[in-house]
Design a protein around this ligand. Structure first.
Ligand code: ADP
Ligand code: MG
Length: 680
């Protein structure tokens, strides 16, 4: 082995930079934090080529005394701590004294700074770790740090930089974190000479959220607050309908620092328990203030993780405050959310899994639901057994584009259901999903007036077809009941089949979409009115990167502004899916991915998202035709055992299982014919 050496300082700094300086956004973060620590009231960020060419952050803060200026760029040099015990109560964002030195080891840095009592400014330049002596300069009170040619001295790193749009997205994320935590600070961001953000000081975090996440989302956030000995919590949390596919819109700030904390993230999700469909993630902005000595920030090089000394207390506090707010008055789950997107549908189904929406109206819903389920069960038990039903062929399952255009005249996103079925609406009441066959095909024909509680069927002749029309390939369920608007329970030749309606439908649609994609791009149907949605810069970038995949699915989305997108065409196959929701889910997934997804992965994900959004939801009452069609599709496809997420779509309880469970197999003579009932 070669001898052990102490590494030269520039190399040490480059290694440190490896941890802290990953991309232009990391530089922006460090410089913003320094400006905040210097008590700046106004910070300007100027960028060229998404920060690859230039990042200049200037502030009107305290400045650096001329004598200290060279030290600012030296490693392990900081004005923020002096002794070990200072680590116990850090109140500044920085304290490691490494950021500027790290940055200066991989780029060309120029720092100009002036304190209020200095006659002139001082300038220090460092290129690739080599410092020039400081010299006097002109400049206002405050500090400006210029970082040029990032990674010039580590070309391997430069290769990992992404498109300007993607890098700008990361920068925006860092700007947003500071902007939300410090609303009183005036922030200005320009890129290639163009104004990107102009954020005047405000005391309303909500207005800053509106800038980064859209007016619509910001307006519907609910305020939660609580004060306990361990800490003070204030936050804005999204009502359940705002939930997203990923946790990207969950922001936690502890003492003004954006952090990720598994425990508190868990507390937040717990607060939404029963209010969100499986896997959906709440939108939340939480601001915790705890005594500085109760949080250890010296855990992670970029300080994104901290250690909380009262983690369990804070867990309880977050859970209680958010939960209380969500269950309290003023939340109206079944009403369509305010929307600028024409035709965006309310999502009553999205509420239903795992619990009942809260509030007095919710009690009524719960009562009505229970009554319907009771009625369904009673009817089911009353009606005489019927022979196997003839299968309703899913005419047009892969069929003609459906009625999107006809509904478009009503001004909504064409083909979408009228917003918000009223919560008490009868099961399968006409209009609930009239004319939309399950797999996006033609309207189911011969639909009887629905409304009999429970969507139960099986009474001979009730469907206008010959009773007991015998059928040979008999797993065809002879009697089916929809329970909890979620499960289809059917009698089969050999036992009981329990189907998760959403999982099954999603699986069927996914296969359908994938098989059609194999044949070529899907046909997009032009929307009369584009569906618009607000996105962040990062989301815009992700969307732009996956344009091709979107086009193959028949989705035409175009930027309408710097942070808004219009969807002009949507696959005719997808009737029920909210175009904005499909796009949001895709973008969230792409951003959450560790590595850039391959085109094939993107396409598959799109198919998943589309299938999930298109499928009937748990909680959706189904008309008889829909139930029949779903089960028929299940039979027709061998694949529909799990939904594309891998959840099972059906459970089978065989007669043998049942007998075992009820002890009916006890001492039963093996000779007994399977269908012969026991004498008791
Ligand atoms: P840290 O922030 O961890 O102390 P940095 O390398 O980021 O380490 O900065 C080193 C020092 O330079 C800081 O401690 C501070 O004294 C000084 N400094 C850096 N940026 C600024 C600024 N914008 N205004 C005033 N002082 C600054
Ligand atoms: Mg710093």
């Amino acid at each position: 082995m070669p001898p052990i050496r102490i590494l030269p300082e520039p190399l040490v700094n480059q290694i440190a930079a490896g941890e802290v300086v990953e991309r232009p956004a990391s530089v922006v973060k460090e410089l913003l934090e320094n400006a905040i620590d210097a008590q700046a009231a106004r910070i300007a960020v100027e960028l060229q080529d998404a920060g690859k060419k230039l990042i200049r952050v200037s502030d009107d803060g305290l400045g650096i005394p001329a004598a200290d200026a060279p030290l600012a760029l030296a490693s392990h040099a900081t004005s923020k701590i002096a002794a070990a015990e200072d680590l116990e109560g850090i109140t500044s964002l920085g304290f490691r004294g490494e950021a500027l030195a790290s940055i200066a080891s991989v780029a060309d840095v120029r720092l100009v700074s002036r304190t209020a009592d200095a006659m002139e400014a001082v300038e220090v330049c460092v290129s690739g770790g080599k410092a020039e002596p400081p010299r006097p300069a002109s400049g206002p009170v405050g500090t400006a740090v210029e970082v040029r040619n990032l990674f010039r001295y580590v070309p391997a790193r430069r290769k990992f930089l992404k498109t300007d749009a993607t890098e700008m997205g990361h920068i925006t994320e860092q700007v947003a974190r500071i902007a939300l935590a410090y609303p009183a600070v005036h922030l200005v961001v320009t890129h290639n000479g163009r104004n990107v953000y102009e954020l005047p000081p405000t005391d309303a975090v909500r207005s800053r959220i509106a800038v980064f996440f859209g007016e619509e989302a910001a307006a519907s956030l609910l305020e939660a607050a609580s004060e306990e000995p361990g800490g003070r919590l204030w936050g804005l949390v999204g009502p359940p309908h705002l939930a997203r596919a990923t946790a990207a819109a969950q922001y936690l700030f502890i003492n003004g620092r954006y952090v990720r904390d598994r425990g508190l993230g868990h507390a937040l999700r717990e607060a939404y328990r029963g209010l969100l469909e499986g896997g959906r993630q709440p939108v939340a902005f939480l601001f915790l203030t705890v005594p500085a000595d109760r949080v250890d920030v010296n855990v992670h090089p970029t300080k994104i993780e901290v250690r909380l000394r009262d983690a369990h207390l804070l867990y309880g506090q977050v859970l209680a405050a958010v939960r209380e707010r969500l269950l309290g008055p003023g939340i109206t789950p079944h009403v369509a959310p305010p929307s600028s997107a024409p035709g965006r549908q309310a999502a009553p189904g999205e509420y239903a899994v795992g619990g009942t929406p809260p509030g007095p109206a919710a009690d009524a819903i719960a009562a009505a639901r229970e009554a319907r389920v009771r009625g369904a069960v009673a009817d089911f038990l009353r009606s005489p057994p019927a022979g196997a039903q003839g299968r309703l062929p899913l005419a047009g399952r892969a069929g003609a584009p459906a009625a999107r255009s006809s509904a478009a005249g009503q001004g909504g996103h064409a083909g979408h259901p009228p917003p918000a079925r009223s919560p008490g609406a009868e099961y399968g009441a006409p209009g609930a999903r009239d004319g939309r066959a399950l797999a996006g095909g033609e309207p189911a024909a011969g639909r009887p007036p629905a409304g009999s509680p429970g969507a139960e069927y099986g009474a001979p002749g009730a469907d206008g077809r010959p009773a007991g029309a015998e059928h040979d390939d008999t797993p065809a369920p002879s009697r089916v009941v929809q329970l909890h608007n979620t499960y289809l329970v059917a009698e089969t030749a050999d036992g009981i089949l329990i189907v998760d309606q959403h999982a099954l439908h999603e699986r069927i649609l996914f296969e359908e979409i994938m098989s059609r994609l194999a044949a070529g791009p899907l046909e997009g149907q032009r929307l009369l009115l584009p569906v618009t949605l607000d996105l962040t810069d990062r989301e815009m970038a992700a969307l732009a990167e996956h344009r091709d995949a979107l086009a193959r699915l028949g989705i035409e989305a175009e930027a309408l502004g710097p942070r808004s997108v219009g969807i002009h065409a949507f696959p005719s196959l997808l009737e029920r899916a909210d175009p904005a929701a499909v796009l949001r889910d895709l973008v969230a997934w792409a951003l959450a991915a560790d590595a850039p997804p391959s085109p094939r992965q993107v396409l598959e994900k799109l198919a998943h998202v589309a299938a999930c959004r298109e499928a009937v939801k748990a909680g959706d009452p189904l008309a008889r035709e829909e139930i029949e069609a779903l089960l028929a599709c299940r039979e027709a496809s061998d694949l529909a055992v799990t939904c594309p997420h891998g959840r099972p779509s059906a459970l089978i309880l065989s007669k043998a299982d049942l007998e075992k469970r009820f002890g009916r197999d006890y001492a039963a003579p093996p000779a007994r014919p399977a269908d012969e009932p026991l004498p008791y």
